[in-house]
Design a protein around this ligand. Structure first.
Ligand code: SAM
Length: 354
């Protein structure tokens, strides 16, 4: 067996859901101020982001990732905040790319990014071992996109970032588009048409009630059925079966055989029953659901002076993670109502890691 492989065994929660994916937030900072995520009226110049000392180091992230891989994780997704604003990110990617699954196989190592710095970073990230990227883009119309990203960021620069990712071999590339009623539905069909031509896979995301600052209302959600009908009317599609348990997007294939489109329907068709995702925030808190305010402090274990011996520390981390996952019973999206949406404590998505 590969000496690098991580030892332990796969685990499942009380609903039988295995621990398959880990989303790692490398920073709570972002250079965008998307209205649905970090509205600039709240997250302005005086907002206190995490001080550096509270953010996990690359070595700490690698150690946590190895423990999760030992417990069954096969896919790591770097996210944030905006992951590309974290300095020296290729160094972290290189560390994570060296991790092997217990059987010796490689991980699926990917990243979600707004694409703003990919022209500069796509090639170094690919060279460091990043497998692929998902890029967020909510419209091809500059007026609409600027209004949504909150910082007048031009569409052309994101498209250039996508091109850079393609040139660097970071495919298959997915593009995430959050759709908010009254704001960017007019961009749905143009984005679908463009994505097919550009050889990228578009995923519509229903506007979600993450956090408490984005003014979420059910009537601003454009549901999956409506989104698919809009595309189907112009470019006919048919449903595709999921490829694996826990696949986030419901997929549709264009009937002419050119490409596919997907919908992440967390609001109208919740998929908690198959949720195999864990999240690690930038300061090392472990979350078992995107819609929770309750995280578990792994940094305290990592930095515990009583556990200075790395082997003892790894064992403590593994026991902590396993014992939390084994009692996991979260299924927020299936239980969501307008009332729970405003009353339950929840963390902002940029803070937890999207
Ligand atoms: N900064 C990176 C980016 O823009 O992709 C990664 C972090 S971001 C929080 C991850 C994804 O969450 C993005 O695709 C973003 O559009 C999506 N997102 C953020 N807030 C959302 C919301 N309220 N509803 C649906 N999707 C949301």
């Amino acid at each position: 067996m590969d000496p690098n492989a991580t030892l332990a065994a796969p685990i499942a929660d009380v609903l039988g859901r295995p621990l398959h994916d880990l989303r790692i937030s490398v920073t709570d900072r972002c250079n965008f101020r998307c209205t649905y995520c970090m509205p600039k009226e709240i997250f302005g110049a005086d907002f206190a982001f995490l001080p550096r000392s509270e953010v996990l180091t690359f070595e700490e992230i690698e150690r946590v990732a190895r423990v999760f891989v030992g417990l069954g994780v096969e896919k790591l997704r770097l996210t944030g905040g905006e992951p590309l604003v974290r300095r020296d990110l290729p160094i972290l990617v290189e560390k994570l790319a060296s991790i092997r699954r217990p059987g010796g196989g490689p991980l699926d190592l990917t990243m979600t990014t707004n694409g703003s710095a990919l022209r500069k970073l796509a090639a170094p990230l690919a060279a460091a071992g990043l497998g692929r990227v998902t890029i967020s883009l909510d419209s091809l119309d500059d007026a609409v996109f600027s209004a949504m990203n909150g910082v007048d960021f031009p569409v052309a620069k994101v498209l250039d970032g996508i091109a850079a990712a393609q040139e660097a071999g970071l495919g298959p590339i997915k593009v995430n588009m959050v759709v908010r009623r009254g704001i960017n539905e007019s961009s749905v069909v143009p984005m679908a048409r463009w994505a097919r031509g550009a050889g990228v896979t578009l995923r519509f995301i229903e506007f979600m009630d993450v956090g408490h600052t984005n003014g979420w209302r059910m009537d601003e959600v454009v549901g999956a059925d409506e989104l698919v009908a809009m595309v189907d009317a112009e470019m006919p599609v048919e449903a595709e079966p999921p490829r694996y348990r826990g696949e986030v997007a419901t997929r549709f294939r264009y009937r002419d055989g050119v490409g596919e489109v997907g919908v992440i329907a967390s609001v109208t068709k919740p998929f908690c029953g198959d949720c195999t995702r864990a999240r690690l925030s930038a300061e090392g808190r472990f979350y078992t659901c995107l819609f929770t305010g309750d995280g578990h402090d792994l940094r305290a274990v990592l930095r515990d002076p009583v556990l200075a011996d790395p082997a003892a520390n790894d064992a403590a981390l593994r026991d902590t993670v396993a014992s939390i996952w084994r009692v996991r019973d979260d299924r927020y999206s299936e239980e969501r109502t307008e009332a729970t949406s405003s009353s339950l404590p929840r963390l902002e998505m940029f803070a937890m890691g999207g």
